[in-house]
Ligand binder design. Sequence first.
Ligand SMILES: *Cc1c(COP(=O)(O)O)cnc(C)c1O
Length: 428
Amino acid sequence: MNTTTSARLFKRALGILPGGVDSPVRAFKSVGASPLFIRRAYGARLEDVDGNVFVDYVMSWGPLIHGHAPRGLVKALGRATPLGTSYGAPSPLEVELALRVRKLMPSLERVRFVSSGTEAAMSAVRVARAATGRDKIIKFAGCYHGHADAFLVQAGSGALTLGTPTSPGVTKAAAADTLVATYNDLASVEKVFKANKGQVAALCVEPIAGNMGLVPPADGFLRGLRDLCDKYGALLVFDEVISGFRAAPGGAQQVYGVTPDMTCLGKIIGGGLPVGAYGGKAEVMELVSPAGPVYQAGTLSGNPLAMTAGIWCLDQLKPKLYKDLAALGSRLAAGFADAAREAGVALQVNAFGSLVTPFFTDRQVRDYASATSANTELYAKFFRGMLARGIYPPPSQFEAWFLSAAHTKKDVDKTIAAAREVMRELAS
Ligand SMILES: *Cc1c(COP(=O)(O)O)cnc(C)c1O
């Protein structure tokens, strides 16, 4: 594979962008490779600046459930752009998208749009603190809620990949109000609540964890969190930035039948343009400025192009899409498991619908400790072997593989065939 143009561009980028990238995991550091620079993407394909074409399983880290540059979206954006790229004033599109969000997720009685998942989670916590008059929050080791200070304590995603789960620059004061529990372990949560009675404003959770690799909730875990929040007077905040509109049209809250007080959204809600949102009970959300005193604002919030993309994206979420994606997801998961078994490589495959993570470990992966038992060196070799065979996996053991409507059975079978070869190499 010729990657000379990417290598040249990366060298140039290193002199101007920290680490050569604008988001850490893109640098391929943990998989011992150099990043590829992309010149275009279509369907399930990424094409780099040297002309190499890959089946993409990153899909911009989750937003692109309909694939890259779907024709309908490109058309909608083409129609919207000449009407202005930003107004700094209300547009009907914001109301249209918000109504669609509430229709799919009725627990969001009120919705506020922001421009990223980070902003959504950061703002939701501010509102929860205001609503309860309490300071502390509980999160789970290995869960990621964006890069606001309060959440950079034992965080997942790039923080986990690069070995800095708690970041320098986060003050002791900010970290002190963040309490950490163990995913899929209700006893660990109750222990934290008991030790901090009357002080916990919110419990934030990825209802289907996707940022320590994919870790679905154990039976009764989310229901148990709901009960504990009610018992100790804290708000239950679901961070559905990944699971929202991906686990089901109504997110994990629909799948598991557990209703949170607040929800954070991102990724799919913007269809590949920068959108985040938070929302929840009317009485809580009416605290947000200008309805209430909790300040939160954004120059580009509710941006008309981003809203246009979000509306198009949500309008295409049909039941058949989820059925097809789940079939592809289980095909891919079974293919990975078979390939590993044949080669004698220890592999634990977690899957949920269109999300899959092959963990290089013999332990069942259900929390941060078991996820980090995975052999990251083996994953790095697997990554490089797959890349060389035209497959573009997430450049970290601790991320989910994302399928889209543009992926075909043929793409998945090609991926499994590549995995067979690579697993054999890993075993020898
Ligand atoms: C990606 C992600 C975020 C952060 O969203 P950004 O748009 O990257 O700021 C927050 N929470 C979860 C669960 C995510 O997966």
